[in-house]
Design a protein around this ligand. Structure first.
Ligand code: PDD
Length: 282
């Protein structure tokens, strides 16, 4: 595929960065994943806003305007084949001439982007939906999970724990047995028709899909929606569980630690919400 690196479009094999890059040595960078269906991006402005916030928090200064980013994303969609693409954007603090923890002054951020194929958008059909079985374990990541940092070892280790058990995701709870999020998704539950998701704080990533879902739900007065603490027990007794992300949209969870959620099928509320999400997208 064709990738973007520091102003140039290159084949992935030609793209090279320094081993002294702080992204490589420290995971010192910010990333985004934006879904694009038939070249049309979903939530572009919101994804860029989150990246801007992350860069600000890391005190990385980058003078890319929204138009420049849009152009890069559009070029990557054009130059790479596939109707369903995830666009990965990555900004690291840059390469230094030494390995020192302190933020160096006067280095140029490394900007890297590529497009990868993602599954076709989910269909809101209970019998043919992509479903997820998940593991459940204690969140052992850091206390800055609101930053979409490229330092993902904690997330990767959580994901792998689920994968080793044959699951496609791992849902996490904190030391108070409160659900935070999953290794690469946000979490929603439905109980007696009420849709709940944990509130935004430093324990979770402010997911763009989460935000889009809440926006859609709030514009339909027939849903009861709450952003509140959800305990591990509530999750285990939920009628429906969803995991949400740019590439999954609203992902129905049918098994937690091997135990069926509800009747082991995607729920009715899931079907309604994924269907609204699909409509909203086009
Ligand atoms: N992951 N929480 C975590 C820890 C995530 O890594 C992600 C996204 C989300 C969902 O955010 P959004 O709805 O903005 O995609 C929540 C991306 C897709 C990834 O790392 O590949």
């Amino acid at each position: 595929g064709i990738v973007y690196l520091n102003g140039e479009y290159l084949s992935a094999e030609q793209a090279k960065i320094s081993p002294m890059d702080r992204g490589f040595l420290f995971g010192d960078g910010i990333y985004e994943v934006i879904p694009a269906y038939q070249g049309k991006m979903l939530g572009f402005a919101a994804h860029l806003e989150r990246m801007k916030n992350g860069l600000q928090e890391l005190e990385i200064t980058l003078d890319y305007s929204q138009q420049v980013w849009r152009k890069i994303c559009e070029q990557l969609c054009e130059k790479n084949s596939g109707d369903n693409l995830g666009i990965y954007l990555h900004v690291s603090r840059g390469a230094d001439n030494k390995r020192a923890h302190a933020y160096p002054t006067n280095i140029t951020p490394t900007v890297f982007a590529f497009a990868f194929e993602i599954p076709p958008p989910p269909i809101s059909d209970i019998d043919n939906a992509t479903t997820y079985s998940v593991s459940l374990e204690q969140d052992k990541r850091w206390q800055r999970c609101h930053i979409k940092s490229t330092a993902l070892l904690g997330n990767v280790m959580h994901y792998q724990r689920g994968a080793a058990a044959g699951d496609q995701e791992t849902i996490l709870f904190n030391r108070l047995d409160e659900i935070t999020e999953a290794s690469s998704s946000n979490v929603f539950i439905v109980k007696q028709g009420v849709i709940s998701t944990p509130p935004l704080d430093n324990q979770i990533l402010p997911g763009i899909t989460r935000w889009l879902i809440l926006t859609i739900l709030h514009s339909h007065s027939d849903f009861k929606v709450e952003q509140r603490v959800i305990t591990k027990n509530e999750l285990l007794n939920a009628d429906e569980i969803w995991i949400t992300s740019a590439t999954k949209e609203v992902g129905p969870v049918i098994k937690v630690n091997g135990k069926l959620v509800g009747n082991g099928q995607p729920g009715k509320v899931w079907q309604q919400v994924q269907s609204l999400f699909t409509k909203h997208k086009f």
